[in-house]
Design a protein around this ligand. Sequence first.
Ligand code: ATP
Ligand code: MG
Length: 567
Amino acid sequence: MRISEAFIPTLKEIPSDATIPSHRLMLRAGLMRQLTSGVYSYLPLGWRAMMKAMNIVREEMNAIGAQEFHLPALNPESLWIQTGRRNIPNFIFSIKERDLVLAPTHEEVIGWLASTHIQSYKDLPQTWYQIQTKFRNEPRPRSGVLRGRQFTMKDSYSLDRSWEDLDISYEKHKEAYKRIFTRCGLNFFIVGASTGAMGGTGSQEFMIDSNYGEDTAVLCSQCGYAANTEVATSSIPPKHRSIVSEPLREIYTPNIKTINELVDFLKLDHTHFAKALAYRYNGSPILILMMGNDQLNEAKLSSALGGGEIQPIDPEELRALTGADAGSIGPVNLQGFTIIADKRLQNANNLISGANRNDYHIANIDLSRDVPISGYYDLRTVEEGEPCPQCFAPLKISNAIELGHIFKLGTKYSEALNITYLDETGKSKPVIMGSYGIGIERIIACYIEQNNDSDGIIWSKALAPYQVHIVALNIKNNVTKEYCEHLYTQCQNAGVEVLYDDRVDASPGFKFKDADLLGMPVQVIVGEKGLKQNTIEVKIRRSGERIQVPLDATISTLQRILSSTSL
Ligand code: ATP
Ligand code: MG
């Protein structure tokens, strides 16, 4: 492609809301433009990179025997009502004129196809996939294409006869994902993830470490334990139960609202306190008890409760329900609430919590004696430095961006959509499903997050929109022009994807800057001076290394460089 004829709108001024490197560079290098919040147009260079990523994904999916589909983005609303997902908050875009929705994922459509066509054990296993546009009503689109309202996903679905066969499909996907992200040049790690309200028996996420990530991962550098904070645990000890439970006693705690204030006021460490948090779960009040300063993890809470809507109770309502403000509520003699507690408090005694009266707390609470606890669950967020659940080494916490997710769904959709097959004995059984997603934009943006410098993007040959970038220093010079035209044709004939900066009025300095910004792996710099000595210069974008190459060896040198694995 000749740059003089190409649409590559590079930018000097970046909108102030573009704060993360990949977002800034995708704008600066003319890869994409925002149309409206969370919605992007991919321009030719950006789309070429996306296609490279999609082809890698496609090759690896085909290699595990997955078959490619193209499913409709417009779905009948009824299908989503049937699976109970129609009203998940911040998920589905609706269509005003008809009973249709824009699909945020495709378990429903796959399930419908499977329920209509899969009949016997002979029809299984199947692995179906597509690379297609998804729509999600994200409340806070941000970080450029990393969180869009419209984005491209590779989604695949496995349909198996048994849980053992699902394990095989899942492992195949896991291996394919490792190959995909490795080929894309991403430095990734895998964590155990939440199965959330979807149930299922297991799920893992592929992530990159990034300060801009909206996820957090808990990692052990000693044994390799890795989990999303939504499911991570630690070996932090539970509250020790004292031999004697003292009688309940009200204590005066004027103006004391937080656990830290209580710690100072009563000169006791935070493990003596049960913090009480009030929510509504599917409309009904629920009180959650946490030890001292332990943070409630809402994802764990949601999984523990089996999905559904969870909302904090607002202050006025809380006062009406308990008689107190947030810092003074507690579990003793509390009417109208279901009460659950974190596992660390299991059967704990001699605890201090709010008295449901402002300025008062109750001491010596014995949870098994004084409180009708409906259940103990793991509800706390692991903190940096806590002991690893496997090897007790101190845990680290990193922010991370999710690239992909693999999920043992099990029978949730088979039950909702009646996806069954007849086994060898003629008995009807539910199909066991798995679902597996990769965000294509996230591959591109995460790659740029990990591969850039102050000058611009550093593409690997696997994702680069073009492999070679010819920089003609002064195209007004006939010898330079003639050689560049010849090299451009030679590259094309040799099947090398080439971008050719043939602009007449751009200065050499300007062209160098653009070449570094656009970031193709190999630059060929052609100028009068070199040509007089029968040489051109090859610059490797990643290392900055420069090589003088004799004219008659240009193409062979380029091919040799391009076949090296380090590019
Ligand atoms: P997140 O927690 O980041 O919202 P998710 O758990 O909703 O992701 P999945 O439903 O598992 O994501 O979707 C599969 C993949 O699609 C994700 O791993 C991610 O790469 C990509 N993805 C999900 N939501 C978006 C989005 N809003 N914009 C771009 N890519 C997305
Ligand atoms: Mg999401």
